[in-house]
Design a protein around this ligand. Sequence first.
Ligand SMILES: [Zn+2]
Length: 467
Amino acid sequence: MPTRSAVAVYARISQDRSGEELGVKRQLADCRAEADRRGWVVAEEYVDDDVSAWSGRRRPAYERMLTDIAEGRRDAVIVWHMDRLHRRPIELEQFADTCTRAELRDVVTLSGDVDLAHGDGLLLARLLAAVAANASDATRRRGARKAQEIAESGRPMMGGPRPFGFTEDRVTHHPGEAPVIRETAARVLAGESLTSVTRWLDEAGVRTVGGNPWRTQTVRAFLTNPRMWGMRVHRGQVIGPAVWEPILTPEQGERLRRVLLDPARRTNRTARRYLLSGMLRCGGCGSTLHSTPQNGRRRYGCTQAPGARTCGGVFIYADLLEEFIVEAVLFRLDSPEAHRAMLEAPGDDARAADLAEAISADTDRMEDLATMFADGDISAQEWKKARDRIQAHLAANRREFARLTQRDAVADYLGKGDELRGAWDSLNLSRQVAVVKAVLESATILKAATPGRRGLDPARIVPTWRV
Ligand SMILES: [Zn+2]
């Protein structure tokens, strides 16, 4: 048996109702064992999560693996079952072509019946995939009629693990989990990050139905599942009201979907360390200020780096500035101006929904273009031209979308300045950032009039308010 030293292992969380990740651990364990058995060295494990019925189109890990294969960084692939690797025959074609071009012949599956280590293995895989597609079609047809009937009556589908928030009958609210769903939703709608609420769930000891810790993807999946606001979903579509009572209101549900399914937000940012990171501009050159502590004291500053066009002339101590900005933000939340601004800028749910659609369509178009370019269907120039045009759209739509959804965040804090002031120190950084961002777009920091001055000179701070 040939030795392989840069093996790719691929696993995918299949689309199941509860969004559990039990399956993937087993897939990975089995694949690792197979690599050991063959004396192969695993270079990377690629794991995709397409749990959400709404956003299952993208598989970033799979794409990354294809790129690694195409560029010659992988010499074998181990996957638990072919159906983990490909959902549509066209994907298999693409995969097969990539492997052929990269001269990667060792594609191993663990379902017991296929080993593609020799000769025309990929051709065999194609045939098997075609057969598998037919078989699942037949099975689906048999079950489809019954499932459709149940769905139209609004009753839940039984089988598989129960959904989070509901007891085994899938109708009664789970007394421990339903309140958790409400609080999680409220925090996200108030602008807290998914990373932060996921950490909170973890620290509060809340587990998934399968007893696992939460991940941002699985939290997003339950918060955007229309089941939570009393809708019956069938084959990825809302088909009508369900028989169970909603845990969240439909309005909350729509807002959650808008906020959480925007492709621009689908990245896990690393935790920020400073309250005003990214919100401060240099009054000298306009660039973003960065955290630059000095002698153990936190500072924001215009930092000079080789090749960067920054002036390096503005620094301000973080503690005094943050105290000042927070006070101004909380004051502003209770001000008549903020209320008036809200009234004058009514939300437009239909527009936001249209924008979310357009953003998602443009993102898909970008992927299609990249595929066409990779396949040689279009030239680099054509690709670049089309991409630039779509990117301009995308940027404009994202800006407007952000403005519309931002309004929701402000609404949650308006008139609560005093209340927040009392609880400020007990809020975690992510929630503090959410409050500040709801009101403050950015602040420009001017150069110090008298360098070395001890206190804070408020005249140096020029805020741009959202409301
Ligand atoms: Zn500067």
